[in-house]
Structures are given as C-alpha cells and as structure tokens.
Write a protein that binds this ligand. Structure first.
Ligand code: PHE
Length: 359
C-alpha cells in the first residue's frame, strides 16, 4: 500500500473513531493512537526520510494536510463533548433557587444553666473556687461524715435512691450495706457531700462553691422535681461568724434578685450545721402580700445554710478549735422560679421551646 493510501485510511479511521468516542477519555485515547508519540500518523511523518527526494514534497504536504484536518476534527469533537458534559452536570446539579432556604435553629442555653453560671460569677467575684463532685456517692459522703445519725429518716429508701444491687447473698450485700440493710451506694440527695470531699483534699482557708445535680425519690409537682440542681457553698477559715454567713447570702440575694426583694432567715435544722437556718425571699407575684404562688405566706424558700458543725470538721480532719465556717445549699430551680415567677417547676423539664426561648 502506498503512503497516501495509508494516510487516507488513517483519516477515515479517525472519522469513524470520532463518532464512536462518546466521552473525553475515549477521545483522548483516539488522539494518542493517531497523533501521540507512538501514534500511526506520527509514525508516517517519521518515515518520510525513506521516500525519494522527488516523492517527498507532495507526500509531506499531503501528510501535513491530513494532520491539520485530524487535529482540527479532534479539537472540534472535544469541544462538543465538553459542552455535552457541562449540560449533563447542569441538569444533574440543578437547584431550585426559588425554594425557601434551610432554617437554622440554634436554641438557647437552658435557664437552669444560665442561672448556675450567674451564681458562679457572683461567688467567683468574692474569690470562691468552683469545685465538682460525683453524682454517685457513698453513705459516708452523703450522710455519715455530714453528721447524720444512722437512723436519720433521709437515709431510708423512701428519701434516697440506692444504686447497688444488694440482693441478699450478693457480695454487694455483704460489703456495701449499712446497719439499716440499705446499699452503701446512692445517687446524692444533696451537694453537701462535696463539702467533705473538699475538706479532705484541701487545707483551710476554703472558699468554694459546687454546682451540681441531685436526686430524690419525689413525685414531680409544682414545687418538687425528682432531679434538680443545687449550688453548695463552703467557707472554712479562722474567725468566721454567722455575720459572715448573713453578709454573704444577703449580698448573693441582692445580686441575683435585685434590691426590691426582701430576705428573711428562719431557724431550721440540718445535721451538719449548727445553728442552721433557711433563707426565704419575698414573693414577686404578690409583692409579699400572700398569694397562691407563695402559699399565702408572702415568702419563698431558696436555700438552707448554717455554721459548719464541729463534728463535721472532725470527720474531715480539720481542727474545730482553730477553724470555724459556714455552708449553704442553694436550690437553683427555686431561684429560677422566684426570679421569673414560674408557677410550676415542671416547666423547666419539658423541653418546650416556646417556654425555654423566653430566657
Ligand atoms: N443540703 C441541704 C439540703 O439539701 C442544704 C444545706 C446546705 C443546708 C448546706 C445547710 C448547709 O436541704
């Protein structure tokens, strides 16, 4: 076959190949097979040297023309395929810009956490540290080291969630039971156990608060929740008096409720403080006159407090002759209810965004 026949064959093959190449990869393969370093047309160009000087000009011209046409047709086909690809992508990725956008709903910090942080800020401003303690406690930390007698009613399973399987005969039963036959491991009913942890670990002076969740087997109603939040406070130093307790808690109440609410200190009993008191804040709904919200008393209780009982210092290895101190436990849900006149504590647990987003 002559060289010119070869050239015509190649051109015909390219024309056929172009129609068959339905994507850019196939087209590139075709180009390489013809125009690449080892391509058919390249091979012919290289073999020009074998022709006689007479044949060479005409054949060279023909070969160049074929190459120009082949290149042009490949380029044209490439553009065509690229345009097709773009069309396909546009159709597949189409989006309806007239649809409404996706709404983000970031929510808000829960009211209880807001107030917990506010309480932390108030006491940090007075130089207190913020401590943490376990939710699952032993009877030692929740009761015994806090001077609660073995027969104290709050130790019973009616008032405390015990968590260890203490079926008779089990190891837990033998090792983890107290005199009442209850398990020794419980969900803390108060954050006061953290007082003991902190006094075991730190030397006075101690000025600390500890916010945290506590648990009691109460049925939820307007004023009670089976799981709620307390902020414990403990001060241990030389020369601390009840005046320091009152000054600190009055300052706290003013900061959190503002100046128009009054406070009152009512004598009370806690095993771990002596003397003890409960602190009430005047009702914001009736302004202290008495209403359904405050059960007609004009006051709402928000915290318990007192001077640390010397027995507790002794349990914790602190010299009660040298140090005195006070402790308090603030009910955070009660503070929220008082500040915003919430008629029912259960509202805080519902997750109803219409309610929660107001704060
Ligand atoms: N732990 C007590 C309660 O839960 C509150 C309290 C704390 C009282 C510290 C006195 C001192 O009721």
């Amino acid at each position: 076959m002559s060289m010119s026949d070869d050239l015509r064959t190649i051109e015909a093959q390219v024309t056929e190949g172009l129609a068959a190449a339905t994507d850019l990869d196939a087209l590139e393969a075709l180009r390489v097979s013809v125009l690449g370093r080892k391509g058919k047309l390249t091979a012919i160009m290289h073999s020009m040297g074998k022709l006689t000087p007479e044949e060479r000009p005409a054949m060279g011209k023909l070969a160049n023309e074929v190459r120009t046409r082949v290149e042009a047709s490949i380029n044209a086909r490439r553009e065509e395929l690229a345009a097709e690809l773009m069309e396909k992508r546009m159709a597949a990725d189409a989006c309806d810009v007239t649809l409404p956008g996706r709404r983000f709903s970031p929510g808000t910090q829960h009211l209880i956490n807001q107030i917990r942080e506010e309480i932390e800020d108030i006491f940090c401003g007075l130089g207190y540290t913020v401590e943490d303690g376990p939710y699952v406690e032993t009877t030692w930390y929740n009761f015994t080291a806090l001077n609660a007698p073995e027969d104290h009613p709050s130790r019973s399973a009616k008032d405390t969630f015990y968590v260890v399987d203490n079926a008779p005969g089990s190891v837990a039963h033998a090792e983890e039971t107290n005199v009442q036959g209850e398990s020794d491991i419980l969900l803390r009913t108060q954050t006061s156990g953290v007082q003991v942890h902190v006094m075991e670990q730190k030397k006075p002076p101690i000025y600390m608060i500890c916010p945290g969740t506590v648990f009691r087997p109460d049925t939820a109603d307007a004023n009670h929740l089976p799981q709620f939040t307390q902020v414990e406070g403990l001060v241990v130093d030389e020369g601390i008096t009840f005046g320091d307790l009152k000054g600190t808690l009055d300052y706290f109440c003013r900061e959190i409720f503002g100046r128009d609410r009054a406070t009152r200190y009512r004598p009370h009993f806690f095993p771990f403080t002596e003397p003890s008191c409960e602190v009430d804040v005047s009702c914001g709904v009736c302004g202290g006159k008495g209403c359904r919200f405050c059960k007609n008393t004009g006051w709402l209780e928000i915290l318990g407090a007192g001077m640390v009982d010397p027995n507790v210092f002794e349990y914790c290895g602190i010299d009660p002759e040298k140090y005195t101190g006070f402790a308090f436990g603030i009910g955070v849900e009660r503070v929220a209810a008082l500040r915003y006149d919430l008629p029912d504590l259960r509202m805080l647990m519902t997750g109803d965004m219409r309610f929660l987003k107001q704060f």
